[in-house]
Design a protein around this ligand. Structure first.
Ligand code: SF4
Ligand code: SF4
Length: 190
C-alpha cells in the first residue's frame, strides 16, 4: 500500500517536472540566475505526501531518523532544511526528490476569478522580459497547478491536504515512513 502510494507520487512529481520544463523552454521563461528566494522562505507550506519520495529515500540511505529529528527541531524557525546556497542547481541538496510545490512554482498556472489563466510565480520572474511577452494563450499551455494537487489528493486525501511549514511537512512524511518501517520490523527495501 505504502509502496503503491510512493510510486504514484514519484510519477506525479516526474510529470510535474517534465511539463513545467517543456512549458518553460517553449516560452523561454526561467528563474533569475543565482536567485533562490523561494527556498529561503520560512513560511513555505507543503503537504507531507509530496515529500514521501524524499522521506523514503532518506530512510533507505539510513538517514531517516537523523532527518526526522532535525526537521522536527528546526521546524518553522528555518527555511527548508535541504537548502544550501553552495549547491547547484538552485541550492537544493535533494533536487531529484524535491516536492510538488518546488516543481510547480514559477511555471504553472491557475484560472483567476474571470477564468483567465494566471501564472503562479514570484515578483522576480514577473520582472523579466519573457514574462512580459507571455500571452493568455501561452499561459494556457502551462501545467495547471490545482490539477496536480487534485491528483495528489487522489493518492492520499489526508496527507495531501494537510498544509504544513515545509520542514514540518518533511517531518510528517518521515514519521509515516519510519512508523511503517518499525511496524514491519525491517528496514525498507531499496
Ligand atoms: S521561482 Fe522566483 S524566487 Fe524562486 S528561484 Fe525562481 S526566480 Fe527565484
Ligand atoms: S526541497 Fe529543495 S527546492 Fe524544495 S524548498 Fe527545499 S531546498 Fe527548495
Amino acid at each position: 500500500m505504502l509502496y503503491n502510494k510512493l510510486q504514484r507520487v514519484r510519477s506525479l512529481l516526474r510529470e510535474a517536472s517534465r511539463r513545467t520544463e517543456n512549458f518553460r523552454k517553449k516560452v523561454s521563461l526561467s528563474c533569475v540566475p543565482g536567485c533562490y528566494s523561494c527556498c529561503l522562505k520560512k513560511d513555505l507550506y507543503a503537504s507531507p505526501l509530496e515529500f514521501f519520495p524524499l522521506a523514503y529515500d532518506l530512510c533507505r540511505e539510513g538517514n531517516g531518523e537523523k532527518a526526522y529529528c532535525k526537521s522536527g527541531s528546526i521546524g518553522k524557525t528555518s527555511p527548508c532544511m535541504f537548502f544550501s546556497p553552495f549547491n547547484k542547481p538552485g541550492g537544493c541538496t535533494r533536487y531529484n526528490d524535491r516536492g510538488l510545490i518546488c516543481r510547480l512554482f514559477g511555471f504553472s498556472s491557475n484560472a483567476d476569478k474571470n477564468g483567465c489563466p494566471r501564472l503562479i510565480c514570484c515578483r522576480n520572474i514577473k520582472k523579466t522580459q519573457a514574462f512580459c511577452n507571455l500571452t493568455d494563450k501561452d499561459i494556457s499551455g502551462s501545467p495547471e497547478f490545482s490539477d496536480f494537487y487534485i491528483r495528489l489528493e487522489s493518492i492520499d486525501f489526508a496527507l495531501a491536504n494537510e498544509q504544513l511549514q515545509i520542514n514540518l511537512a518533511i517531518n510528517k512524511a518521515l514519521e509515516v515512513i519510519l512508523n511503517y518501517e518499525s511496524l514491519h520490523m525491517h528496514r525498507i527495501p531499496a
